[in-house]
Design a protein around this ligand. Structure first.
Ligand code: HEC
Length: 213
């Protein structure tokens, strides 16, 4: 085995030092990458005419899952701008029960569980809404009730934040059932269920309804 000369040992030392120095220099260069020039959200920029670094969304941009292409379902109005005559989704027993529950939570405090308009808040002095059982409201179109919940009506606030569109339609369906119940006769009740008229089961929505979803 060859022994290293002292000159070679010195050379190795110099090389090692050079490697260390250049490694340090390279690490220094990387700072540029760590501190790349960029804008913070809403920062000012002279580059764009409106002086805003953040660019506005392209007009018509729709967030994923929010297309709402079914205009009638979301507005309660048909292509001609008129209120839909009927709830635009199938009205099943589940839909009616959901509507009953939501109605009792969000509407009955003023409109009363019966829809007569003498709910507790009204008894405490709030403006009395008309009964849902007057002819004008019995003949009104389904889309009208959806619209009142979506946009409010007179002193009544809207319920768009509390009720998703499908829930608003469920409330409309229940409201219609409530109106119908005033006009119905025993003959409208399926024979198998007539017995229950004398021994009514408590309404589903009143069991375990907490007021929260
Ligand atoms: C805080 C009380 C209050 C609550 C809760 C409330 N309403 Fe009303 N509502 C009113 C009042 C008061 C009016 C009449 C407003 C006016 O004439 O200025 C009204 C009007 C209406 C009308 C219009 C009636 C007409 O004359 O054309 C509809 C439909 C209606 N409410 C449905 C609902 C539904 C459905 C809910 C539940 C999602 C609801 N309201 C919750 C107080 C309330």
């Amino acid at each position: 085995m060859r022994t290293e000369t002292s000159a070679a040992r010195v050379l190795r030392g110099v090389l090692a030092a050079a490697v260390l120095v250049s490694a340090a220099a390279l690490a220094g260069c990387r700072q540029d990458m760590h501190q790349a020039p960029r804008y913070d959200p809403l920062e000012q920029s002279d580059f764009f005419a409106d002086q805003r670094a953040s660019r506005p969304l392209v007009e018509g941009t729709v967030a994923r899952g929010h297309l709402r292409a079914d205009k009638a379902f979301y507005t309660g109005k048909g292509p001609d701008g008129a209120f839909l005559a009927r709830v635009p989704v199938p009205v099943t027993r589940e839909v009616l029960l959901r509507g009953q529950e939501r109605f009792n939570i969000y509407c009955s405090p003023c409109h009363a569980a019966t829809g007569e308009g003498n709910g507790m808040i009204v008894q405490r002095g709030f403006k009395a809404p008309p009964s849902f059982h007057i002819d004008r409201l019995r003949q009104e179109r389904d889309g009208y009730f959806y619209d009142v919940m979506t946009n409010g009506f007179g002193v009544m606030q809207d319920y768009a934040a509390q009720l998703k569109p499908e829930d608003r339609w469920a409330v409309v369906a229940y409201l219609r059932a409530l109106q119908f119940s005033r006009q119905a006769t025993v003959a409208d009740v399926p024979e198998a269920e007539r017995e229950q008229l004398d021994n009514p089961a408590p309404p589903a929505a009143q069991q375990g309804t907490t007021g929260h979803e």
